[in-house]
Structures are given as C-alpha cells and as structure tokens.
Design a protein around this ligand. Structure first.
Ligand SMILES: NC(=O)c1ccc[n+]([C@@H]2O[C@H](COP(=O)([O-])OP(=O)(O)OC[C@H]3O[C@@H](n4cnc5c(N)ncnc54)[C@H](OP(=O)(O)O)[C@@H]3O)[C@@H](O)[C@H]2O)c1
Length: 387
C-alpha cells in the first residue's frame, strides 16, 4: 500500500527529505506496511498546491516563514490531510490557530524539526513527559550562535571574526539577523513553552537579546570565574505566571548546557517527577532535519509503535577496539616493568601512560594502554575499558 506525501518546499531540508524518503521507503514499508512516496513537489517555480493536496495523504511543509506556509498548512488540514512541518516561525506566531484547525479537522500535526533539529525535544515534552509537571526548560536552541560563542571562547576571536567563520562553514546565513539577534531561539522557546506549560505563548511575548554585542573580554571574564557564556532560552514557572525569554547567560561549569559546543543544540527539562533530563545533538543541517521530518511522517503513518518492528538479521561484532586501563600490583623488583611491557608487546598492545606507586615491598602500576581489541577484556586481565 502506498502512503502519499505532498512536499511543499524543496530547498535545503526539502531536497534532503525527498532523498531520505526515497532511500528509506523500503524499510518503512517493511515496518509499517505502507510505502511512502512523494506525490508532488511545490516550489516557487513548480507544482500546484491544490493538485498536490488532492493527490496526498499527508503534507510536509518545508517552505518556512509565515505566508504562504500558514495558508497552505490550514488548507491542507481543512482538506483532511495530516501535516508535518519544521516551521518555527509560523508555529510561534500562529500556533493556536493551527492547533485549533488540526483539532477541528481531526488530523495529525507534527513538528519535531521546528525545535532542536534532530534532537527529539517536542516528542519528549509532548509525549514522554505528558504526565510530568514541568517546572523549567533551559535550551541552547540555536546552533549558529552556539558555534560563534564556542569559536570566540576557543580562539579569542571577535564576534565579527567568529561570524565570518560561521558563514564560511555554512553555519550562518548571509543575513544572520534572525539567529544572532536571538529571535530564532525565541521562536523555538515559544513553541517549547506552549507545550511545557499548556498555555498559549506567542513570539511577541518572548523577550530576547542576542550575542552581537558580546566581546572576547566577556568570555574571558566568565572563564576566570569558572563560567561559560551561552545564548540560553528559558521557559519557567514563576510565582504568578510563566516566563519565556532568551539572552546570553553565564553557566557554571557543571551545568549540563555548559559543555554543549559548536553548532550542537541541547535542552534541559526540569520536573520534580523526573529531576532533570538533558537532550542534545545537531540542531540543524539538511540531512539531520530531514531525518526528524521523516520520523514525524512515519509516526503519522502508524501510531507510534509500542513494540519494535520485526528484527532484521545482522552479525554481531565482538572484536571492538578500545583503549584500556590496566591496574597491576607487582613485586617492587628491578625488571618487573620491563617484563610487563614485553608481555603487552607480545599481545600487540603498547602503553600510553603509566603511574607507579610504592606499596611496601610491592608496587602498584596504573597504566593507560593505546587502542587495541576489546577481546582482551574477556580474559580477565584488564579491569576496565574506556574510550
Ligand atoms: N536549514 C536547516 O538546517 C533547518 C533546520 C531546522 C528547521 N528548518 C526549517 O525548515 C524549513 C525549510 O528550511 P530550508 O532551509 O530548507 O529553506 P530553503 O532552503 O530556503 O528552502 C525553501 C523552499 O521553499 C520554497 N518556497 C519558498 N517560498 C515559496 C512559495 N511562496 N511557494 C512555494 N514554495 C516556496 C523554495 O522554493 P524555490 O526552490 O523555488 O526557491 C524552496 O524550495 C523552514 O521552516 C526552516 O525554519 C531548517
């Protein structure tokens, strides 16, 4: 059976989604009994919206921006089509209208890729934590600004230099205003706040401040205090209401978001029932975002599976490589260390570092070995593997 997917937009994410869907169609059919197939593509220069809707079971909106995306989403749902979108702009400004329309039309609306790229923030807040009373969400939800701040911290570059580097590597657009002003992060936090607290949150209600005015000095002072500087979005319950906001924030070293670097995104969800959960991963990129969009399409084809699909046969790899830690207690006599090194050498293992401590007549040797086959661990001679 075929499941027909109408695709609106064929840019960075749309074309990656199209390719991924074709590549994965066979597996999806094996798991769901339905083979997804792109039934039509709409861009500025090709395709007809009404015709595509007519020939589709589900519409994937990857145009971006508010109009005509909002109009297309509403019309697709009114025609009884499920909708999957990655569009934070439209959901943060017209979310209530769109959610109402989905409820009225009794269709699914899925939007995992609108926040955090492939990091499953929406699903976890909306589904996994549906019963939890969420108190607070902190998020690094813009990869461009996180890349720039990471670059400034690592190299001492100015904001302008780090932005240039981000643009050269494709992490920032030619016009980076939405990202560096904090507005993109604010839109994502509005969507998160809506789901976390079940209250309408419009982008206009989210104050935001960007990173354009930050200097290498700010980052250096933070480092001297053991802090790191990140653009953090916060959605939290406070006495008398909720607050959703985005601004540069000093984080103490042990904070789960402090070590999130480069273009990665991460979200920390706090609730008395679960204490704290942190999710992190690539927050953007065509193929990464396409993977989240396809995940939504599969969820729309069949209700989320409660048991895994039939297993596929594949060999188990037991001979994995790893570096190892070796702890030995030996007689403190000349030549012992040389003998150990020889035995290890015969096994094809070399020592990366070694620390020796006296234990009366004996000595304790703690070694870190270079990468070798983990088959070793089964012999019982090595105490622990890492790396
Ligand atoms: N890029 C990312 O890494 C990323 C990550 C997360 C979420 N998203 C979201 O994914 C969505 C798509 O982003 P993108 O980066 O793929 O955008 P993009 O590369 O600019 O592609 C936009 C596509 O929409 C089409 N389009 C624009 N206006 C249209 C109109 N009026 N009618 C019909 N088609 C129109 C464009 O057509 P033409 O080809 O004719 O120009 C193009 O194919 C956005 O909502 C974005 O926020 C993107």
């Amino acid at each position: 059976m075929t499941f027909r997917v109408g695709l609106l937009g064929h840019g960075t994410v749309g074309s990656a989604f199209h390719e991924l869907l074709e590549e994965r169609a066979g597996r999806i059919e094996a798991a769901t009994g339905q083979r997804p197939e792109v039934s039509g593509v709409l861009t500025r220069s090709r395709g007809d919206f009404d015709d595509i809707v007519e020939r589709s079971d589900l519409i994937v909106e990857l145009i971006g921006g508010v109009e005509p995306a909002r109009d297309y989403i509403l019309r697709a749902m009114a025609a009884g089509r499920h909708v999957v979108t990655a569009n934070k702009a439209v959901l943060s400004q017209h979310g209530e209208e769109i959610y109402d329309a989905a409820r009225k039309a009794v269709v699914q609306l899925r939007f995992e890729a609108a926040v955090g790229g492939v990091v499953p923030v929406i699903r976890v807040i909306h589904e996994t934590l549906a019963a939890a009373h969420i108190e607070r969400v902190h998020g690094i939800v813009n990869g461009t600004t996180n890349f720039i701040l990471t670059e400034m911290a690592a190299t001492g570059a100015s904001y302008e230099e780090a932005l240039e580097q981000a643009q050269a590597l494709g992490y920032a657009e030619a016009d980076p205003t939405e990202d560096v002003s904090g507005r993109d992060a604010a839109a994502k936090m509005a969507i998160i706040g809506r789901l976390a607290f079940n209250l309408p949150v419009h982008l206009d209600q989210v104050p935001y401040e960007g990173i354009e005015h930050l200097t290498p000095g700010d980052i250096e002072y933070a480092r001297e205090l053991g802090l790191s500087l990140k653009l953090v979005g916060t959605a939290e319950r406070l006495d008398g209401g909720i607050s959703v906001r985005v601004h540069p924030t000093f984080l103490y070293g042990a904070h789960p978001l402090a070590s999130v670097n480069g273009s990665f995104n991460a979200v920390t969800i706090e609730s008395p029932a679960i204490t704290e959960i942190t999710l992190s991963g690539p927050g953007a990129g065509g193929s990464q975002t396409a993977s989240a969009v396809l995940g939504d399409v599969i969820s729309a084809i069949i209700p989320p599976p409660t048991v895994p699909p039939p297993a596929e046969e594949q060999p188990f790899v037991t001979d994995t490589e790893s570096a190892f830690y070796l702890h030995l207690e030996v007689a403190d006599r000349p030549g012992v260390l040389a003998q150990i090194a020889e035995i290890l050498g015969l096994q094809g293992v070399s020592v990366k570092s070694v620390v020796q401590k006296g234990l009366g007549d004996d000595a304790r040797l703690d070694m870190v070995l270079h990468t070798s086959s983990a088959g070793w661990s089964s012999s019982g001679r090595l105490r622990a593997g890492y790396g």
